[in-house]
Design a protein around this ligand. Structure first.
Ligand SMILES: O=C(CO)COP(=O)(O)O
Length: 244
């Protein structure tokens, strides 16, 4: 199964609903190519619920620093300790609201990989960038420092999430997604990382998943809103699993 379908729960859900959703994913999508990414506060409980399943756990962010004096952060070693396999770095909500630079994102990706986590590196252009025709350049500039920082590390995932498609109900068309994924693929191939999975994220839902999954360079999905109900998430998981 050369695909990955990750549900990013962002800052949604409380303890009870997070546990109920984890149980539902375990019961309906018990596959090694599925990952849930709950709020960090609930990661321990979710990890317990997933312990006997094939579903992987991810976290939404980590510090670029190791253990020590970084109040409020979570370090890579702690993410491993709680049972995480994946960690998102560079989500646009953090690039925009927490002013994260691509250099910081690259350091986070390296911190994750060095601790044995698989970083899911998020890249994506704003609406202004797309309308100005700068989208490929912007995504290239976001990805380049990460590729350089990761060096010979092979176990990473890239998620292309156009900012204008996140939470807006406005998905990139299959053509737009494939075109950008092909650009990303070329960069990865040039760096000797051609086998890296490239996920698409941004208003993926039960209705559009199959069309996106059919794109040759779309190897999975990073799902936000539609990952919060098992009905839609299970349909997305099935669509990508069948294509890959
Ligand atoms: O940001 C996303 C996943 O990380 C996408 O969110 P939506 O699926 O809600 O658009």
């Amino acid at each position: 199964m050369n695909t990955l379908i990750a549900g990013n729960w962002k800052t949604n859900l409380l303890a009870d609903s997070a546990q109920a959703l984890a149980q539902a994913v375990r019961d309906h999508c018990n596959q090694t190519n599925v990952c849930v990414i709950p709020p960090a506060l609930y990661a321990g409980k979710v990890a317990e619920l997933l312990a006997t399943s094939d579903v992987a756990l991810g976290l939404q962010d980590i510090s670029d620093q190791g253990m020590g004096a970084t109040t409020g952060d979570i370090c890579a070693q702690q993410a491993v300790d709680v049972g995480a396999k994946y960690v998102l770095v560079g989500h646009s909500e953090r690039r925009v609201r927490q002013f994260e630079t691509s250099d910081l994102v690259a350091r986070k990706a390296l911190a994750a990989a060095s601790a044995g986590l698989v970083p899911i590196v998020c890249v994506g252009e704003s609406l202004d960038d797309r309308e100005a025709g700068r989208h490929e350049q912007v995504v290239g500039e976001q990805l380049a420092p990460v590729i350089q920082a990761l060096g010979t590390v092979m176990d990473c995932v890239v998620a292309y999430e156009p900012v204008w498609a996140i939470g807006t109900g406005k998905t990139a068309s299959a053509e737009q997604a494939q075109a950008m994924h092909a650009v990303i693929r070329r960069m990865l191939v040039d760096a000797g990382k051609g086998q890296t999975k490239i996920l698409y994220g941004g208003s993926v839902n039960a209705a559009n998943a199959a069309e996106l999954a059919a794109c040759p360079d779309v190897n999975g999905a990073l799902v936000g809103g539609a990952a919060l109900t098992i009905e839609s998430f299970a349909v997305i998981v099935k669509a990508f699993t069948e294509q890959n």
